[in-house]
Design a protein around this ligand. Structure first.
Ligand code: ME8
Ligand code: MG
Length: 695
């Protein structure tokens, strides 16, 4: 028996020893709710950091920051995967030793993440001694459990390549694609891991703990893979050297995934860090590497003696990013080099866009135009706008640059409605983070800022300012807006840490500073002290003008190797709409036009539809005796439901009903224009009764 070195109290191994001695098997509660350990995959250094790897890393950073705000002690791990045949070959091709090559490439990752405001607590490289010894211990542990045996790995071998190929990789007639000569059937001695032993336990685990593998679609995939039955896994090779030797048999090099997956464990060492943070609370990955993380990884841990409650709490697989509608590839990579994006648009803004635009868990498209539009409409136009219109024109001018007092006698119903709207959005944002829906958390924050703008408009502060007897009322209104901005600054901080601190500076507040064991989530209204001095400054979010837009799009298109003029046609269909839809042929008769029954409607109710990010379910009154109609409208990216109720809209009333599936049927359509993130609804400029014909 090999002696296991990790020995701190409370560890899985100590508990396992107890179990082996016959003590009753006992499951502990989930890891201390006060700790949060989040990981990203460790990236292959064959590739430089790109938008895909940035996406996972940014998400991990944002989750860590959210949990810091909630008072947890967090640990965020990322790193690089530096072994394997692929790397050995890549280095050789460049005339470098593998070590020199990986050192150079790893430094690019170390440098890239802070440029995106990501602050990992640790960065592990699989070539570090702390990792190599940790992996060997894990291997020994699996071997001790009887799960590693020596066998033969059989496959097609190209001698010129010194490599095995699967049939799929070969040309017709079993010919090597590189050397164009026949491969040989070869057998190589290989160690195998008894993966077949763990299928039932994994099925049982994921059935009892569906939260361990998310989202649900990915869990279903893994479950069906598991139900097909697992084969033992070849976990060593003798045909290359760049990797970690198998303990006791150094002619064998470990399978690179056995080596790589262990990083999440080896990075904690065998002392207090591991006692504090194991098991991981959240392991993020792309859907490309689900099998490795959701089947092999927990099986290795089970084999090494980890009981169920010492396995990763949640493995979450997000979707793939495409770029301007095209699959991300080497040719498009330059355009989305994270550093360039951060330089051009700001790191906070890039983080915001990625986490807001793409429903976490689903695939999504990256487009420079959509990025610009989100910055413009939501950050500048909604959050920045609320700040700057309040500070300069009102706080400076009428309150001597100080946060006004809330005089109770000057309050009215609008204020209490705003406060309860804020409470609801703050709760919704927290619940969204907890459900792994950062896109919804951000939506809640922006929708709260919109509510602030609407409140400000409704209170008509410019009119209050003109009337000296309304000074107290103006103070209440301004106070409410500033407090709302304080709340928004906390809600957005996990994703926009530096911009929100800038905004707070202007509000006269300290930067967000998380404190362990203190929940700083802004559940309570009223954190802003009256009388404190504001510090107005330059716009927090730069105004991207149409000219800037043209220039930036051309710049990035040129980087992609396309002629700048081609920009407009290169952006995806979704985005081209903004630059003007092509017009239908001219010359229809009035009668043809009159076939379209347009009616003035009033929105009576509006609600979100679960799992449909873009759709809202409305009931719209068009004066029919049967009552308001149900209309499903694709306007959820631009409007919060509460902003729509009571609005006058133009309805196409004689469209055939459209079935969206799952019982969603739309009986009409609203007229609107603009990009889907900043739509404007068509309306009329004087009140008319619902049902009035628009002609
Ligand atoms: O797989 N969209 O490393 P890797 C979204 N070394 N995410 C993407 C993406 C895209 N287009 N492209 C990459 C490896 N990613 C192994 C991991 S872990 C023990 C070993 C992200 O460099 C996503 O997280 O190929 C994906 O899973 C990961 O990068 C793959 O990185
Ligand atoms: Mg990959």
């Amino acid at each position: 028996m090999h002696k296991w070195r990790w020995r701190d109290s409370g560890s899985a191994f100590v508990r396992r020893a107890r179990v082996e001695r016959g003590a009753p098997k006992r499951y502990t509660a989930p890891p201390s709710m006060k700790r949060f350990y989040v990981t990203t995959p460790i990236y292959y250094v064959t590739d430089a950091p790109h938008l895909g790897t940035a996406y996972t890393t940014i998400a991990a950073d944002a989750f860590a920051r959210y949990h810091q705000l909630r008072g947890k002690q967090t640990r965020f791990l990322t790193g690089t995967d530096e072994h394997g045949l692929k790397l050995e070959r890549e280095a050789t091709a460049r005339g470098l030793s593998p070590k020199a090559f990986v050192d150079e490439m790893a430094s690019r990752y170390v440098e890239a993440w802070p440029q995106l405001l990501c602050q990992p607590d640790d960065f592990i490289r699989t070539t570090e001694p702390r990792h190599e010894s940790g992996v060997q211990e894990l291997w020994k542990r699996c071997a001790d459990a009887g799960d590693i045996y020596l066998g033969d790995f059989e496959g097609w071998y190209c001698v010129a390549c010194e490599g095995y190929y699967t049939e799929k990789e070969l040309l017709e007639g079993n010919v090597c694609a590189v050397h164009k000569r026949p491969v040989e059937r070869m057998r190589e001695a290989s160690y195998f891991f008894r993966l077949s032993r763990y299928g039932d336990r994994l099925i049982d685990l994921y059935t009892r703990h569906p939260e361990m593998l998310q989202p649900e679609t990915r869990r279903n995939e893994v479950m069906s893979f598991l139900r097909e039955g697992l084969k033992d896994l070849s976990v060593s090779r003798t045909s290359f050297k760049w990797g970690i030797p198998v303990p006791g048999d150094p002619a064998h090099i470990m399978f690179v995934w056995f080596d790589a997956l262990a990083n999440y464990l080896t990075a904690l060492g065998d002392g207090s860090l591991r006692a504090d943070f194991w098991p991981p609370t959240l392991q993020l990955l792309g859907k490309d590497i689900i099998r490795f993380h959701c089947v092999y990884w927990p099986a290795f841990l089970m084999s090494a003696g980890f009981p169920d409650d010492q396995l990763p709490r949640t493995l979450f697989a997000h979707g793939f990013l495409t770029i301007n509608g095209e699959k991300m590839g080497k040719s498009t990579r330059n355009t989305v080099e994270p550093r360039r994006l951060a330089e051009a648009f700001g790191p906070d803004e890039v983080r915001y866009y990625l986490l807001r635009e793409i429903a976490f868990g689903q695939d999504g498209d990256f487009s420079h135009l959509a990025l610009i539009q989100r910055i413009r409409a939501e950050l500048g136009g909604t959050v920045g706008n609320l700040l700057h219109r309040t500070l300069g024109a009102f706080v400076q001018k009428y309150f001597d640059g100080k946060v006004p007092t809330r005089v109770p006698a000057a309050e009215d119903d609008l204020d209490s409605v705003l406060r309860s709207t804020a409470e609801a959005h703050v709760r919704e944002a927290a619940a969204s983070w907890d459900r792994f829906e950062p896109h919804r958390a951000l939506e809640a924050a922006i929708s709260l800022a919109s509510a602030g703008n609407k409140y400000f408009d409704e209170c008509a502060p410019w009119a209050l300012a003109k009337d000296p007897t309304k000074h107290d009322r103006l103070g209440v209104v301004v106070h409410h807006v500033l407090e709302l901005l304080r709340i928004v600054s906390v809600l957005l901080w996990p994703v926009l840490p530096s911009k929100m601190n800038e905004l707070r500076h202007q509000l006269g507040l300290e930067p967000v500073t998380p404190v362990i064991d203190r929940d700083l989530w802004p559940f309570a209204w009223g954190g802003l002290a009256a009388g404190s001095a504001i510090r107005p400054g330059a716009p927090v979010f730069r105004n991207i003008t149409k000219d800037d837009e043209t220039r930036l799009l051309a710049e990035f298109a040129a980087l992609a190797g396309a002629a700048p003029a081609a920009t407009a046609t290169k952006v995806p269909a979704k985005a081209t709409k903004t630059s003007g839809d092509s017009l239908p042929p001219a010359g229809i008769s009035y009668d043809e036009f009159a076939k379209t029954d347009l009616r003035l409607g009033v929105v009576r109710t509006a609600e979100r539809i679960p799992k449909k990010d873009k759709l809202l379910r409305l009931t719209v009154d068009i004066g029919e005796a049967s009552g308001p109609r149900t209309i499903i409208a694709g306007i959820a990216l631009s409007f919060a439901p509460e902003d729509l109720v009571g609005r006058s809209v133009v309805v196409v009333a004689n469209l055939a009903p459209r079935d969206f599936g799952k019982g969603l049927v739309s009986h009409g359509m609203l007229l609107a224009c603009g990009p889907s993130e900043s739509l404007a609804l068509a309306t009329v400029d004087k009140p008319q009764s619902p049902g009035t014909r628009v002609k």
